[in-house]
Design a protein around this ligand. Structure first.
Ligand code: AHR
Length: 666
């Protein structure tokens, strides 16, 4: 098909080129390869990880057992308590019961533990756990079981129990029908908390297994941190991450990762913010708490694991701390329920932030660097960016506390780039006030958020063209195109985001970072739709939007080249960008066609050093803009790659509803 009118598409007009005019009835994409181009952020595409939708526990964190430390509580979900997820097992005539202890915990941060009482051992009395919804195990793979325990009920009250003998304990993986798939035996001796470990290797696969820990003598056990991990975690890390999910994220090739929120940073009230110090050190000493999103967070995936994951995938860590205020919607108060930490507490709070920087970057013999080193990472992590605040209402309370934090960090750590906030929306009061405050204070990088319609992206492709080039840089920290009922990750929404990404690239001198949100969502535990990557206990379900992120992450550049698209009528949803990757010398052309009609374009490479180049063309499209991936079904839109040779001028078809990436190598 040919478009008839031929005005310029402003969104792709980077700088005028002295090239022949477009053919009267065609479209021409002219790229100037001879100019040096304009430097842009080489780190544009990253990810934002927040623990909502069971993204951490029951998600990326590879722990297979639910409520391993018996800290679930009714404050998290009605009906939840310390025994949630566990059931009493009484085998072969065995009798016993489950109690709860808090008198001598394994650590004060981890106050509750289970008391297992065995009155009649039978073939074993103990506890069983079926994981998060389901506990899948695979034949021949190893699973690392561990638990902390001591012998309860020792002393004269328990004359029947043999005080001289250890308590024999068996650990099993069982199939749904009770068949034992793997077993190990250990013994618990004495009154001191001790950790026990065993490796279980099931003889056959079972999608719905259960983990069983049984005691085999009369008496009792205090039990805590009853845990089961696959040995095969991402990069084989202990206390590691689910390999398939971590790899799916890594495949985006994100240049940075923002964490842990989002709203999670604030927590549900002014003193309930996410405290990074609760999330480091031995896992049994971490202070688990209610997750803002209405479930339990163990902090097993804590700051050490976040930083390690960043390092493993080559992403710059971008932690976010609260700005000393809670969310304006905290405590179930919609609107302006924001509260500030008492000013008398601010210096201690700021010290916590300074300690975070020391933990991340300080020498291994510094106070907090030693905590990092003890966890197995003596070398500094190289923290460079730190977010302060998330979507805050820009009130006097916020300004005062943000400024206190900012001034101290600027003075003591000028090497750290502080990321401020411009409120929850792309425009409006907080956006205006946030940007005014940024200009006033000199905050170097600002986090913008927008969850908007696909059409909004198409209508705002020039948003950053007018931003002050000498002002603060932009981090589009949370964005997504919400299509229609807001639950569908359609091709239409993915292409709108792709269009937005081309506008970020074209303004890559201003837009430094961008991350889609939210990243992960477990099926049946999803509080927020749509998300980038869905999953359940056994599988990962990337969306079409994920394919867009991956294509941009894998086709990044550091220089914007002048390009001009001629022959596309105004208002038609076609846009693009052209970048060069100086590491490879490749030129990457991205064209998004958001229309229901295909078009052909003549691509003209002006100033090419050689007459031909190798062309890798990747096209993401689907049967209609409404298509979306369905779990377990073939993807509705997959990138299709074709290799060819191309001359300095070639004809290219751009399908309806498509993202096309042309990678040119000389
Ligand atoms: O991404 C989900 C939520 O959206 C984030 O927690 C918050 O920052 C935003 O409102």
């Amino acid at each position: 098909m040919k478009y008839s009118a031929a005005p310029l598409l402003a969104s792709l007009l980077l700088s005028p080129l002295l090239l022949p005019a477009a053919e009267p009835d065609g479209i021409r994409l002219s790229i100037d390869l001879a100019t040096p181009g304009r430097p842009i952020s080489p780190d544009l595409v990253g990810v934002f990880f927040e623990d909502l939708n069971y993204a951490a526990d029951g998600g990326l964190y590879a722990e297979l057992l639910q409520n391993r430390s018996f800290e679930y509580s009714a404050t998290e979900q009605p009906g939840w308590g310390p025994h949630t997820g566990w059931e009493l097992v009484q085998g072969g005539g065995g009798e016993g019961n489950l109690g709860l202890g808090d008198a001598r915990p394994v650590h004060p941060h981890n106050p509750h533990y289970l008391i297992l009482t065995v009155t009649e051992p039978g073939s074993g009395v103990g506890i069983a756990n079926k994981g998060f919804d389901q506990l899948p195990v695979e034949a021949g793979k190893s699973y690392e079981a561990s638990f902390w325990a001591y012998q309860a009920y020792m002393g004269i009250m328990w004359k029947e129990a043999d005080q001289t003998k250890p308590m024999p304990v068996s650990l099993q993986l069982q199939a749904k029908d009770g068949t034992v798939l793997a077993e190990a035996r250990v013994a618990v001796t004495g009154r001191a908390w001790t950790q026990h470990r065993a490796t279980l290797t099931p003889t056959r696969s079972a999608p719905e297994a259960r983990f069983v820990l049984m005691a085999h003598a009369q008496g009792g056990l205090a039990l805590d941190m009853v845990s089961l991990f696959p040995r095969d975690t991402f990069k084989g890390r202990a206390n590691g991450l689910r390999r398939d999910l971590a790899q799916t994220i890594a495949d985006i090739r994100p240049k940075f990762m923002r964490f842990p929120g989002g709203c999670l940073v604030h927590g549900p009230g002014v003193h309930r913010y996410y405290n990074w110090k609760d999330t480091v050190g031995p896992v049994e000493q971490r202070r688990a708490q209610r997750n803002l999103w209405g479930y339990h967070q163990t902090f097993g995936l804590g700051y050490f694991e976040f930083f390690q994951f960043c390092e493993d995938i080559g992403a710059k860590p971008l932690p976010v701390v609260s700005a000393g205020v809670c969310c304006q919607h905290a405590g179930h108060s919609p609107g302006r329920g924001q509260e500030g930490l008492p000013l008398a507490e601010m210096s201690a709070y700021i010290q916590d932030i300074l300690d975070l920087i020391e933990w991340a970057n300080g020498p291994a013999d510094s106070k907090w660097g030693a905590v990092r080193a003890a966890a197995g990472h003596p070398a500094p992590f190289g923290l460079k960016y730190l977010g302060v605040g998330n979507e805050d209402a820009i009130t006097p309370a916020f300004r005062e506390r943000f400024k206190m934090i900012f001034d101290v960090l600027k003075a003591k750590h000028p090497e750290i780039v502080i990321v401020g906030t411009s409120g929850p929306f792309a425009s409006g009061e907080d956006y205006d006030n946030g940007w005014a405050f940024v200009r006033e204070t000199g905050v170097p990088l600002v986090d913008e958020h927008y969850y908007v319609s696909p059409q909004w992206f198409w209508e705002n492709l020039t948003r950053y063209d007018t931003y002050d080039r000498a002002g603060a840089k932009v981090y589009v920290g949370e964005y997504a195109a919400h299509d229609r009922d807001k639950t569908r990750s359609t091709l239409r929404s993915a292409l709108a985001e792709a269009a937005g990404l081309t506008s970020f690239e074209r303004n890559g001198d201003v837009v430094q970072f961008a991350s889609y949100a939210p990243l992960l969502a477990r099926r049946n535990h999803t509080q927020w739709h749509p998300d980038l990557i869905y999953f359940d206990a056994t599988a990962v379900y990337p969306t079409i939007n994920y394919e867009v992120q991956k294509l941009f992450g894998n086709n990044a550049g550091d220089t914007l080249l002048p390009a001009r698209l001629e022959g596309v009528p105004a208002g038609v949803r076609v846009t693009g960008s052209v970048v060069r990757d100086s590491a490879t010398g490749d030129v990457v052309v991205k064209v998004v066609n958001g229309e229901d009609r295909a078009f052909d374009a003549t691509v003209v490479l002006a100033g090419a050093a050689t007459p031909t180049c190798h062309l890798t063309a990747t096209v993401l499209t689907g049967a209609s803009p409404d298509v979306a991936n369905a779990d377990g079904q073939p993807p509705a839109a997959v990138p299709v790659v074709a290799e060819s040779e191309a001359g300095a001028t070639f004809l290219r078809a751009f399908p309806a509803n498509s993202l096309t990436i042309l990678r040119l190598r000389r």
